[in-house]
Design a protein around this ligand. Structure first.
Ligand SMILES: *[C@@H]1O[C@H](CO)[C@@H](O)[C@H](O)[C@H]1NC(C)=O
Ligand SMILES: *[C@@H]1O[C@H](CO)[C@@H](O)[C@H](O)[C@H]1NC(C)=O
Ligand SMILES: *[C@@H]1O[C@H](CO)[C@@H](O)[C@H](O)[C@H]1NC(C)=O
Ligand SMILES: *[C@@H]1O[C@H](CO)[C@@H](O)[C@H](O)[C@H]1NC(C)=O
Ligand SMILES: *[C@@H]1O[C@H](CO)[C@@H](O)[C@H](O)[C@H]1NC(C)=O
Ligand SMILES: *[C@@H]1O[C@H](CO)[C@@H](O)[C@H](O)[C@H]1NC(C)=O
Ligand SMILES: *[C@@H]1O[C@H](CO)[C@@H](O)[C@H](O)[C@H]1NC(C)=O
Length: 263
């Protein structure tokens, strides 16, 4: 019995032990290098081809050699989040260019110490409220510093705050832990950054946000959720910063394939 418990404990430890921040960071560096150079081979060297689930852009499976990652882009800002419990990462990539502007949100998922899924939301002019100068400016102004160890929220608290926000789009009864201030960067449109700014305005109803895929980073108080937005299932990323259990920043990227989603 004791032997079994010790064995189970050892197995549990080995299942998570590989997922360290440095290991995840190394893979994200390879991702960013590939997007900068358009050269995918050093990135694919990090793949676990035996359990490979695919390279996706805006929810569609794409051959990586014809993906955006095979086009060199001059990245002007990047910010990454590491989920050592789920073995996953999220990276916000901004290309502040007047000719080839992009904001890309990419989740990498790992198994056997290696990447087995790439899931990107790729936004450009025409996508929901896209404005590259707005996005580049505002994301750079914000503070997403590490949360001091004694003030960190748990994985569960961070995830619950995000879920409450996402649930209220389809259920007005949900109580959302709004922070004050809370500011939303939506495509490129910024809310009121002032001392009393709120994210509570402009929340629609009857909009289910489904197929949620999470990356939670307690050290940065953040969670990214890739999801299908509304009944049209637009590919979407919602990135949240949570401080003391309350929402501080929300970044949204929504691809809909027609100008401003036809709205
Ligand atoms: C996975 O396959 C790709 C080709 O699709 C190859 O370039 C890459 O080196 C392989 N990765 C590993 C770790 O074997
Ligand atoms: C992806 O494209 C490359 C280059 O065109 C090709 O060699 C490879 O077979 C394709 N992979 C798949 C899975 O279709
Ligand atoms: C990503 O951001 C980090 C930190 O700001 C920076 O050191 C690095 O050069 C950036 N990488 C790319 C490819 O832009
Ligand atoms: C884009 O954002 C910038 C900075 O917030 C703003 O000055 C500009 O008016 C916006 N452009 C459009 C077309 O909304
Ligand atoms: C983005 O690019 C525009 C035009 O090149 C420039 O004016 C602006 O300062 C840049 N924004 C940031 C945050 O670097
Ligand atoms: C919200 O609360 C009202 C009043 O208690 C109730 O009638 C309604 O069914 C609730 N709606 C949902 C979606 O739970
Ligand atoms: C923000 O809220 C505080 C407390 O309610 C209030 O005293 C202050 O005047 C508000 N500031 C602004 C700019 O509205």
């Amino acid at each position: 019995m004791l032997h079994t418990i010790a064995l189970l404990a050892a197995l549990a430890a080995s299942a998570t032990a590989h997922c360290t921040r440095p290991l995840l960071q190394e893979a994200v560096d390879a991702y960013l290098l590939a997007q900068t150079t358009g050269e995918t081979t050093p990135f694919t060297a990090h793949f676990d081809n035996s359990t490979w689930l695919g390279y996706r852009e805006n929810s569609l499976k794409v051959n990586i050699t014809s993906g955006i990652i095979a086009t060199p882009l001059a990245i002007t800002h990047n910010r990454s989040f590491y989920d050592t419990s789920s073995c996953a990462t999220f990276t916000e990539v901004v290309v502040n260019s007047s000719t080839t502007p992009y904001v890309i949100g990419t989740q990498l998922r790992f198994t056997n110490h290696k990447i087995n899924k790439v899931d990107s939301i790729v936004t450009k002019p025409g996508d929901w409220l896209f404005n590259i100068t707005g996005y580049a400016h505002w994301t750079a102004q914000e503070k997403w510093d590490p949360i001091p160890a004694e003030k960190r929220d748990t994985q569960l608290t961070i995830r619950k705050a995000a879920d409450a926000y996402l649930d209220v789009f389809n259920n007005k009864n949900v109580t959302v832990p709004w922070g004050t201030p809370c500011v939303r960067l939506e495509g490129g449109l910024y809310g009121d950054a002032g001392p009393n700014g709120t994210c509570a305005g402009g929340v629609p109803s009857g909009v289910p946000l489904t197929n949620r895929r999470y990356v939670v980073d307690e050290a940065l108080g953040s969670v990214d959720v890739l999801l299908d937005f509304g009944n049209s299932k637009w590919p979407d990323s919602h990135l949240f910063r949570v401080e003391g259990g309350r929402l501080r920043y929300v970044h949204t990227l929504t691809h809909c394939g027609r100008a401003n989603c036809g709205v």
